[in-house]
Design a protein around this ligand. Structure first.
Ligand code: ATP
Ligand code: MG
Length: 403
């Protein structure tokens, strides 16, 4: 006997009415997309729960995939058997064994089908006794069991549910709007993207690159990061912005101490424009207070002046250690530490101003007109679609065709 389904619980939400429906629909379709490579699975929705029916697919492989889907609070393997003693016993033992190393257990049973002859207070010792006879060094503990096995006798059959596995938490991606993630090749911005997605936000990414100062491989690194992030959602549109001309002009014509600040302001302006063009209502960055010269309070204030879009900064109050921990856990760390040049490191001034002011930045920018350069960068930008399995080059139009 093996598990034939995974029970999915999505506890967090106290959602009502229409909200709840769209939440559930999104969750269901996100799970379905995630399980594309397990074509035999199907998803069944019941009141407040979902089941992935395995139809012969490997339970543990499918569980691993489901655990990465936001909006799921916890999951358990389960099996449906006939309302028949022997099968119920085998199922209970299977459920116990799923909790490897558990020393104690408790059986909680519920009988909604009253035509079933054994009342629930007799089901517990019946199945519990079977587990005890077939294991060693295991005991029943009704107060603090290592694992609770749930048995439900319903009209259509008996369901036996094993221990809880932790879900990714958060909200289903796509239920709380869209954000434009400024994605560099560093450690921070992918983590920022992940945390924003966790709150149900769908991400598009924007990346500034400066060929030939930055290589194709540097761009590939960013696409690989986007692919990694796509595992937690559906797919990610990456807007690649050719930034060389803007950067060269900054380098040539702006005072060196302000080149970093002004470069960031240009990035922010372009990001807002691309967001607006794509009906995206906010911008997400990997900024964290105090990490580097561009991330002082003065710097954030000066950079933020150029947009009135909400800027989501999930890492703003996090330590580097915490950020690295998350990046390792979500699988972006090893990609982020690949040693490829970033457009910002190529043009980075020797002594960037750590306390820039809006007044000075505006003054310097007023001497040089960047309008056309910004326009051109947006015009020459292109979109690459990153999905968990692959990423392919598409122009904006081709991408629309795919939708
Ligand atoms: P990261 O680890 O994400 O690169 P960082 O600590 O290196 O961040 P900065 O270089 O100051 O910090 O960049 C701050 C934020 O600006 C990044 O987290 C990212 O959101 C954005 N950013 C920086 N460079 C780029 C780029 N080339 N393309 C898109 N966004 C960028
Ligand atoms: Mg960086």
């Amino acid at each position: 006997m093996d598990f034939d389904r995974i029970m999915i619980r999505y506890g967090e939400m106290a959602l009502k009415g229409k909200n709840r429906r769209s939440f559930e629909q999104k969750l269901q379709s996100n799970i379905a997309i995630k399980l594309k490579s397990f074509p035999d699975t199907t998803i069944q929705k019941t009141q407040g729960r979902m089941y992935v029916l395995l139809n012969g697919e490997d339970p543990h492989e499918v569980m691993k995939e489901c655990q990465e889907v936001f909006g799921i609070h916890s999951l358990s393997f389960a099996v449906k058997v006939e309302k028949e003693e022997e099968q119920m016993k085998e199922a209970a033992l299977l459920a116990f064994r799923d909790a490897r190393g558990a020393g104690s257990f408790k059986i909680s049973s519920k009988r909604t089908d009253k035509s079933f002859p054994i009342p629930s207070q007799e089901i517990n010792p019946l199945l519990g006794g079977f587990i005890l006879r077939n294991t060693e060094g295991v005991k029943v503990d009704v107060h603090q069991p290592d694992v609770e096995i749930k048995v439900e006798v319903r009209h259509e059959g008996c369901y036996v549910t094993a221990q809880d596995y932790r879900g990714a938490g958060g909200l289903p991606v796509g239920t709380t709007g869209k954000s434009m993630l400024m994605l560099s090749g560093g450690i921070d911005s992918p983590v920022a993207g992940y945390l924003t997605m966790k709150r149900g936000v769908e991400i598009e990414a924007i990346h500034f690159h400066s060929p030939p100062y930055t290589s194709e491989r540097a761009k590939q690194k960013v696409l690989d990061l986007a692919k990694e992030l796509a595992k937690y959602g559906t797919r990610i549109k990456v807007h690649v912005i050719p930034f060389t001309a803007v950067q060269q002009k900054i380098y040539r014509e702006m005072p060196e101490g302000y080149s970093m600040t002004i470069m960031r302001r240009m990035m922010m302006r372009i990001s807002e424009r691309v967001a607006a063009n794509n009906e995206v209502l906010s911008i997400t960055t990997g900024e964290s207070l105090g990490q580097v010269a561009s991330q002082t309070m003065e710097s954030m204030n000066t950079i933020n002046e150029v947009t009135n879009y909400p800027v989501i900064r999930p890492l703003v109050a996090m330590d580097k250690i915490e950020i690295i921990d998350i990046s390792r856990r979500i699988g972006t760390y090893d990609i982020s530490i690949r040693p490829f040049e970033d457009c910002c490191t190529v043009f980075v001034p020797k002594a960037p101003k750590t306390k820039p002011t809006r007044k000075n930045a505006n003054y310097y920018e007023s001497n040089v007109d960047f309008t056309e350069d910004i326009e051109k960068a947006i015009e020459d930008s292109y979109v690459i679609e990153a999905t968990a399995e692959h990423s392919t080059d598409h122009t904006e139009e081709e991408f629309e065709d795919l939708l």
